[in-house]
Write a protein of this length. Structure first.
Length: 358
């Protein structure tokens, strides 16, 4: 009896040892598989798009089908027991080299999705900004325009705003594919607010317009008129002088903006257009336009916040991005004759001469 019991206990111990050995071997194999970098896709990269709401099991099978991981079931076990069943985020992912399961999971847990760049340049209107964002493949133009028509994001800064015109900050952005249009627009406004709070508001001087809307409107005129940063505070100073003296601004960009609003802008500004009875026409209506005519960049916002103390009332383009400034109308008329009349006559004569030469 004792011999039989000892034999049974010996067999049991052997079975336990075999089982433990098997478990250990399986664990060692599993850890080896998890730690081994894997690359099962051809070409330079593999891209996996995870739709919102997709479960982790399906996501891991997507990664397997794309050649990113070799054993999705093993990866699922590791996600549950080794990574506390962490959530995997939706989005588009790009893989270019062999990676361990942990490295792949790290990317999806952190949400390191593919992003696409878009540059919104200074001086664009709301509609033009929507065109740029749509052309970059980030969404539908009408959806962008709908989001831009909601001024609630800047209502505390500009209670009179009926849209986000002027508040879509020009910069280079990166957005993940599938980002909702409203979120993209919100990012542009948030960037404006950050720059306003950190850079512009602390610089507001005595000559700046008294409201945020006025500063942005003045900055938008500076943005459209200035070609070099050094002249932005001077141009803002010229406009401030005119406002202080009750002289109309006579800013061509405001007429162009009015024509765009009416769907009549064809690229040419004609003399009759200067008499257009429109709220944004500063030839007809004195003072600043009712609101911004484009989104100004930081340099123009800073210029409008602190216009330069200059004696000038007038300026005219040299046709190279710079301007000639004047204190009197007589001086201004001489500058116009030189840089708008004689300049173009000389240029046209040179072009005709070049066309005739063999």
């Amino acid at each position: 009896m004792k011999r039989s019991l000892k034999r049974a206990l010996g067999c049991l111990a052997l079975l336990v040892l075999i089982a433990l050995t098997a478990v250990g071997a399986a664990a060692w194999w599993g850890l080896s598989e998890l730690r081994a970098p894997y690359r099962g896709f051809a070409g330079d990269e593999a891209r996996v798009v995870v739709e919102p709401g997709t479960g982790s099991t399906r996501i891991l099978h997507q990664l397997h089908e794309a050649g990113v991981i070799e054993r999705p079931e093993l990866a699922r076990l590791w996600l549950i027991y080794g990574r506390s069943d962490a959530s995997l985020r939706a989005g588009e992912y790009r893989f270019t080299s062999a990676a361990t399961v942990d490295q792949v999971l790290d990317k999806l847990i952190a949400g390191e999705v593919v992003t696409y760049p878009v540059t919104v340049i200074e001086g664009l209107t709301l509609e033009e900004t929507a065109d740029v964002l749509a052309a970059a493949g980030l969404g539908e133009r009408d959806a962008f325009l709908s989001a831009m028509a909601d001024a609630s994001a800047i209502a505390d800064l500009d209670p009179r705003a009926e849209s986000l015109e002027g508040y879509l900050f020009p910069s280079t952005y990166r957005f993940a594919g599938g980002t909702p249009e409203a979120e993209i627009v919100a990012a542009l406004v948030r960037t404006f607010r950050d720059h306003w709070d950190e850079r512009v508001a602390p610089r507001l001087g005595r000559r700046a317009p008294p409201t945020v809307r006025g500063v942005v409107a003045l900055a938008s005129l500076v943005e459209k008129e200035a070609g070099v940063d050094a002249e932005r505070p001077i141009i803002a100073g010229v406009y401030a002088n005119r406002l202080e003296r009750g002289i109309a601004l006579y800013a061509d960009p405001t007429v162009i903006y009015a024509l765009k609003q009416l769907g009549r802008w064809d690229g040419n500004l004609r003399r009759p257009d200067l008499r257009l009875d429109h709220p944004y026409n500063t030839y007809v209506h004195p003072g600043l336009p009712p609101g911004p005519i484009c989104s100004p960049g930081l340099a123009s916002l800073l210029a409008a916040a602190a216009p330069a103390e200059v004696p000038y009332i007038y300026f005219v383009s040299r046709n190279d991005g710079t301007h000639v400034f004047a204190e009197t109308l007589a001086e201004h008329n001489r500058n116009v004759a030189e840089w708008q009349k004689r300049y173009w006559r000389r240029r046209w004569a040179e072009e005709r001469k070049g066309q005739k030469e063999p």
